[in-house]
Write a protein that binds this ligand. Sequence first.
Ligand code: MN
Length: 241
Amino acid sequence: MNRRTFVTTTGAAIAGSLVTTSTQAALAPITLEQAPLAYPPEALEPHIDALTMNIHFGKHHVAYITKLTDALKAGSIPAGNVIDLITDLSKAPAEQQMAIRNNGGGHVNHSWFWKWMAPAGSGPAGPEGKLGEAIQSTFTSIEEFKKLFGEAGTKRFGSGWAWLIVKPDGKLAVTSTPNQDNPLMKGIVADADLGTPILGLDVWEHAYYLKYQNKRPDYIAAWWNVVNWAEVAKGYEAAKA
Ligand code: MN
């Protein structure tokens, strides 16, 4: 087999083996394209400042996409749905797995994060309907849920994310991951913490340092004002369907 044939068949084998699983069936596909923000960068002020949004969206997120693109090229891996790639990294060539984990995770997590925020007052102020009921019955109250989720973000040492997930059994859970890992990553995240993310909070310093410096709890407290609860409810309904 010459090199060209090898590269082609390897790519095809990888594409074919990245089968969508029930955990992530509800998630909209994510390509290498960066979707535009649904609001202007200053629209989350004063809770999230425009400069942070501009750098976060325009530089950090873009860098993850650039590095992911390079890793896919190096591994002759077809781009396809990036969610499929990060769900089972063992299907990617060993030399590219870490780059895809970090930058594929970075791209997917940020693509969701922008949608999980909206200008304060533009939608429901908290979880409503079936999502609201599920949060209350799982965590005893909305306030208790926020406390638990906030603690997951505060206690995450270094960089990472706090998550609200729908587990394969349909139950809600609060989890946390380091770096750009996320609850879809089988074999990387503990099995008990796997699920469909319906809300996530970026607690990397780049997400808050310009405005909040070392005060991560203040950032988290302010962030609740810009959570897009309509989008979270949509994710919950889809994950439960
Ligand atoms: Mn970030």
